[in-house]
Design a protein around this ligand. Structure first.
Ligand code: NHW
Length: 398
């Protein structure tokens, strides 16, 4: 698809004006790695918001307010990302949104809504949260941009570019000049393209709702047997992560993440926020050595259900997404099998993982199947020579 858009010369009227890698430069080996544009003095950053079409106005969202959180939740529930066949739509929970938008050092000004002036209805949304992301040996302050959404009735009116410019302006006002984001669509220019893999936990429901199909020469009962998992984890010392584990998990993770070219630079505060278990949002487990009480391995997944559109019997799919995993003593395959077992115990229907980090080493063996969607990773105002491969990428965005 990337090659398609290079060869068809598809125009990106907005993206061609932005400091991002351009398709025409893909094979240009002389361009240096690093910022594409230097920062401008803060006094030169535009002080007023960009203009919106006159029926609309900007708002800054305080997601702690139950009412605002409900509005954002409903906008996304009804208008956010769907699969190619429009059978499923992401249904981020309110607790999840509060978690995703309030990491250490977050800026409220980066949680941006657009309202219709007359009806006061929320019609569009975009967010940024701050992150330190390491690219090779440089740690870069970035914004992670997510939840870009325009109401279905307002699509194709070039509102998205205004939303992106406005969040960029507000990020610049905090003296931050780079961003990371992912999307299912091809834009100029991905640093890498990943694939989702799916591990059925509840194959009958997945087949009933059209998420998966019965394999060739398979019956329902053989399929159920194929995906059956033990009742409890196999690794001795496998337990839920607790607050007192934060320093050990941080050390383990920091050391392990060093092998990837692009990865978050997590400190203890980040680990406490992003990885300490939060009910129905993020689950984390670790392996504590029975003799030395050392923490040797770690795995985590976040909860992101999808609405099932137009099914008589089921309304939501309970989906776990592999997050950060570290194996130093337990084989990664065994650790992830234990993650599947606890996800099954918690009644998830499917466990998703991208082919990032070392995930390729367990996907096939643990009976994950390749999905049809691709996820492209992007950096704003930062060039990486030659891009990276999925296994060189140590970053998972929500
Ligand atoms: S990806 C999820 C995006 N959301 C959805 O797919 C939800 C359903 N779709 C919609 O709500 C995770 C609309 O279709 C959206 C586009 C709003 C997507 N990223 O308004 P127009 C994220 O949230 C470009 C970036 O007419 P629309 C990451 C498109 O290529 N650009 O379209 C977000 C075209 O530009 P071009 C996207 O359908 C990262 C222009 O928008 C895009 O009514 C944001 C068309 O605009 C996407 N996902 O609304 C970038 N989808 O140049 C952050 C379309 O090709 C950058 N477009 O003509 C960094 C900023 C911070 C920097 C700080 C230094």
């Amino acid at each position: 698809r990337i090659r398609d858009s290079i060869s068809t010369g598809k125009k990106h009227k907005f993206w061609e004006t932005q400091p991002v890698g351009q398709f025409k430069d893909i094979w240009n080996a002389i361009l240096p790695e690093g910022p594409i544009e230097p920062p401008t003095p803060l006094s030169e950053v535009k002080q007023e918001p960009y203009n919106l079409p006159s029926p609309y106005e900007w708002i800054t969202c305080d997601i702690e307010l139950e009412e605002t959180c409900t509005e954002v939740y409903n906008l996304l529930k009804n208008n956010y990302v769907e699969d190619d066949e429009n059978m499923f739509r992401f249904n981020y929970s309110k607790e999840f949104l509060r978690w995703a938008l309030h990491p250490p050092g977050y800026y409220r000004s980066w949680h941006i809504g657009v309202r219709a002036k007359a009806s006061k209805k929320l019609v569009a949304f975009i967010t940024g949260v701050p992150a330190r992301i390491r690219v090779r040996d440089v740690v870069v302050k970035m914004a992670e941009i997510n939840f870009l959404c325009v109401h279905k009735k307002l699509r194709s009116k070039r509102l998205a570019p205004v939303m992106i410019k406005e969040v960029t302006r507000r990020v610049h006002l905090e003296n931050i000049w780079q961003a990371a984001y992912t999307a299912g669509v091809v834009l100029p220019t991905p640093i890498t393209t990943c694939q989702y893999w799916h591990r059925s936990l509840n194959p009958k429901k997945l087949i009933d709702v059209g998420f998966s199909r019965l394999g060739a020469r398979m019956t329902m009962s053989r399929t159920i047997k194929l995906y059956k998992l033990p009742d409890s984890p196999a690794t001795p010392g496998f337990r839920k992560m607790e607050l007192h584990d934060v320093p050990a998990v941080t050390r383990l993770l920091r050391h392990y993440m060093n092998q990837f070219i692009v990865a978050p630079d997590f400190d203890e505060n980040d680990v406490e926020h992003w990885l300490l278990p939060t009910e129905n949002v993020v689950d984390s487990y670790l392996v504590e050595s029975q003799e030395t009480h050392e923490i040797t391995d770690f795995c985590s997944f976040y909860t992101l259900p999808s609405s099932i559109l137009g099914n008589q019997n089921y309304s939501t799919l309970k989906v776990a997404y592999s997050f950060y995993n570290v194996a130093t003593k337990t084989p990664l395959l065994q650790l992830m099998n234990d993650a599947l077992i606890v996800a099954k115990q918690k009644d998830f229907d499917v466990f998703n993982a991208l082919d990032v980090m070392q995930n390729q080493s367990f996907l096939k063996e643990l009976k994950f199947g390749p999905g049809d969607g691709q996820l492209h990773y992007y950096l704003y105002n930062y060039r990486i020579r030659n891009g990276v491969t999925p296994s060189e990428l140590g970053l998972v965005l929500l």
